[in-house]
Design a protein around this ligand. Structure first.
Ligand SMILES: NC(=O)c1ccc[n+]([C@@H]2O[C@H](COP(=O)([O-])OP(=O)(O)OC[C@H]3O[C@@H](n4cnc5c(N)ncnc54)[C@H](OP(=O)(O)O)[C@@H]3O)[C@@H](O)[C@H]2O)c1
Length: 242
């Protein structure tokens, strides 16, 4: 499905799943705004997309800093596709979770997508519609030891997916979520053997590539999903199904 003529903003596009989403949307013709904190990796993604014949530019923003969130929202407000992908997942026991870690998780995973959407969705509606895709996790649905704050933050984004559907669907803005299972990215590489344990616990028996998650996001961004509103689409090898 072509995305020619559309502009997409992908948060966390300097790495992992977000990078794969940006490259996938660009390959389908969208002009993509890459965002993250790391300009070197951002420029690398822009160059990769340009080398493949696509269009991309980088806007640096720290989504843990509310002033930066507002600056990004203004700079990229006239987009047709918003992918709220950037996320942090510091794990650990509840009793050892610091207030700073809790606040950072909710700032990046919930507050930033909330206020990006607050600026961008009304502008999509004013231009006739758009698509917003949030990236959650299987840990929002199943209880996972050591991922209490992370799972709660992603459960919040799944709740917002439904609330925003109630709020914006009649104005042509479709809001959906992809909920990945274990996916091989720089972040999950840091999990070491724990990643392999999680990946082999899926009915599929293995983890995902970032490109497999990007394909699910691209479907929800496209007109092929024109009647898909408020969905939480697991892309987890069947983990939450059994
Ligand atoms: N990998 C998995 O197994 C898995 C499974 C389920 C769900 N997910 C979700 O998928 C999403 C992407 O994860 P990933 O594995 O691809 O992680 P990753 O490789 O660590 O990439 C995370 C991205 O988020 C950006 N980011 C982090 N903190 C930021 C901040 N304060 N401000 C702006 N950008 C920030 C990073 O950009 P900079 O470093 O440039 O700031 C980076 O581009 C997350 O929402 C995660 O919860 C991942």
């Amino acid at each position: 499905m072509t995305l020619t003529g559309k502009t997409a903003l992908v948060t966390g596009a300097t790495s992992g799943i977000g990078r794969a989403v940006a490259e996938r949307l660009a390959s389908q013709g969208a002009a993509v705004i890459i965002t993250g904190r790391d300009r070197v990796r951002g420029d690398e993604v822009v160059a990769t997309i340009a080398a493949a014949g696509g269009h991309a530019r980088f806007i640096s923003a720290d989504l843990g800093d509310f002033a930066d969130v507002q600056r990004l929202a203004e700079a990229a407000s006239d987009v047709d596709i918003l992918v709220n992908n950037a996320g942090v997942f510091p794990g650990g026991p509840t009793a050892q979770t610091t207030q700073d870690s809790f606040d950072l998780t909710f700032d990046v995973n919930v507050k930033a997508p909330f206020f990006l959407t607050a600026t961008i969705a009304p502008r999509m509606a004013a231009r006739g519609g758009g698509a917003i895709i949030n990236v959650s996790t299987m840990a929002a649905t199943i209880g996972m030891d050591g991922l209490a704050v992370y799972g709660a933050s992603k459960a919040a984004i799944e709740s917002l997916t439904k609330a925003w559907t109630a709020e914006y669907a009649a104005q042509g803005v479709r809001v959906n979520t992809v909920a990945p299972g274990p996916t091989r990215t720089p972040a999950s590489a840091a999990m070491g053997e724990m990643f392999d344990v999680l990946a082999s616990s899926t009915p599929a028996g293995h983890g995902a590539t970032p490109e497999e998650i990007a394909a699910a996001v691209a479907f929800l961004a496209s007109d092929d999903a024109s009647f898909v509103y408020g969905a939480i689409l697991p892309a987890d090898g069947g983990r939450v199904a059994v």
